[in-house]
Design a protein around this ligand. Structure first.
Ligand code: PLP
Length: 461
């Protein structure tokens, strides 16, 4: 496959540092073998996350200058609300400082001790906010997602039968909400089909359960739907987005992903008269700031309003998905296993297939991330047992369905030659996979979201 050329050109550059392998071995050791604890300047290509690492456009940088910094009722707030209402068709739009703030502000209206939330898979902070509200997480991802080599078009889907079984098992009155994550981040940035979304919405209606979209990658998901779901072939990404969102009651969004800004988040409520809007405003004022700025600068609201439209530009999205497909096909040529077909925001290497000799409690995804950093200064992260952590009730290490090392690609930041370098480095690590005999153990961890902060050490030096 040919690399799809970038639909933009470069106006400003940021130099990056080159390091040697010896330096990197020292740096990662000093960082307690936790890639979140590295200094970013010691990284050559940073694919730790695509969250807030995007490059803004000239239009967005100029929008910053128009930011209205009024405490209440700023023009920029109204620009943002109009853009979000136009794209999602929701009546109430609440800006917040990032995705987890949206979760923190919204979830307590639906979740408390004794309740459950069901998702096609929870993102890590989403899981944390369900648990912080006192509730527990249940997951019903389609079985296709567990097999990285099975090329199904919608591996992010909810398993409808399992979802209904969970509702019956726990009692519909105990299910506080259903969360549809689009794209399904933990499954490898895999899309959810409109058909599946309709089925989930129908079940929620049948049992009277609140349906929330975790909407960080709504645009990538809509583009996949356009390319893969026959019914939607002739619809625009915006039309598909409208169809999707009208099926749910609310959305929580990290705007640091598909809306191509560096900071921001949104809550959307479909109905203008939903009673919990009052609670959203009250929580927002307590935790984030007055509800017309939600913890953001006026200029951030303005750049986000522009980014909402840039994010659904179809030439951009074709390039975006094309990049992942290119990397995926080059990995195929080397026989390197990853969650395939490639997802929307990154490549999820199947670390369990790199290192079948390493058990889940020695964190194969983390091992591979460390090896890639040592090899070429590439920073990725574990999306596996290391990330999932311990059962909140028993404290026992959970086993993840997949052991991925995620390379999340920042938007509009790197070029084809960076990706080509990354592909060659992955192949070098792949060729040496049998020489790695042991993984890592945790020497210190905090009780929640431990992967960001924990310290590790090799099981055997
Ligand atoms: C990033 C992300 C979040 C959390 O958003 P932040 O902006 O990082 O707080 C929630 N859900 C999904 C699916 C995400 O990708």
């Amino acid at each position: 496959m040919k690399f799809m050329p970038e639909p933009y050109r470069i106006k400003m550059v940021e130099p990056i540092k080159m390091t040697t392998r010896t330096e990197r071995e020292e740096k990662i050791k000093e960082a307690g073998y936790n890639l979140f604890r590295l200094r970013a300047e010691d990284v050559y290509v940073d694919t730790l996350t695509d969250s807030g690492t995007n490059a803004m456009s000239d239009a967005q940088w100029s929008a910053l200058m128009r930011g209205d910094e009024a405490y209440a009722g700023a023009k920029s707030y109204y620009h943002l609300v109009e853009a979000a209402q136009d794209i999602f068709g929701y009546k109430y739009i609440q800006p917040v400082h990032q995705g987890r703030a949206a979760e923190k502000v919204l979830f307590p209206s639906f979740l408390e001790k004794g309740k459950y939330a069901i998702a096609n898979l929870f993102f890590d902070t989403t899981r944390a906010h369900v648990e912080l509200a006192g509730a527990r997480c249940l997951e019903a991802c389609c079985p296709e997602a567990a097999d990285s080599q099975l090329r199904a078009p919608f591996k992010g889907n909810m398993d409808i039968a399992k979802m209904e079984q969970l509702i019956k098992e726990k009692g519909a009155e105990n299910i506080g909400m259903v969360v549809m994550t689009i794209t399904n981040n933990s499954a490898g940035g895999q899309p959810v089909s409109l058909k599946n979304m309709r089925e989930v919405a129908a079940l929620c209606k049948k049992y009277g359960i609140h349906l929330n979209i975790d909407a960080a990658r709504y645009a990538e998901n809509a583009m996949f739907v356009k390319l893969r779901e026959k019914e939607c072939r002739d619809m625009s990404v915006k039309e598909i987005t409208r169809e999707f969102f009208k099926l749910a009651d609310t959305f929580t969004m990290s705007a640091k992903k598909d809306t191509i800004v560096n900071m921001g988040g949104l809550i959307g409520v479909r109905d203008a008269d939903a009673p919990y809007i009052l609670k959203i405003k009250a929580n927002c004022i307590s935790y984030e700031g007055f509800y017309t700025y939600g913890g953001l600068n006026g200029r951030d609201l303005e750049a986000l309003a522009v980014g909402l439209y840039e994010g659904i530009d179809e030439n951009w999205l074709r390039y975006r998905l094309g990049t992942m497909e290119y990397i995926g096909e080059r990995l195929d040529e080397y026989g390197i296993p990853y969650q395939s077909p490639a997802g929307g925001h990154g490549i999820f290497l199947d670390a369990a297939k790199f290192y079948p000799q390493i058990p889940y409690y020695e964190f194969p995804g983390q091992v591979l991330a460390i090896e890639l950093y040592k090899e070429c200064g590439l920073r990725g992260c574990d999306i596996g047992s290391y990330m999932i952590g311990n059962d909140p009730d028993t404290g026992k290490q959970l086993q993840s369905v997949n052991e991925f090392t995620r390379l999340a690609i920042p938007r509009r930041v790197y070029t084809q030659s960076h990706y080509d370098m990354v592909i060659e480095a992955i192949n070098e690590v792949w060729k040496k996979r049998e020489t790695i005999r042991h993984g890592y153990k945790i020497t210190w961890e905090p009780p929640i979201l431990r992967h960001f902060q924990a310290e590790l050490t090799p099981v055997k030096e």
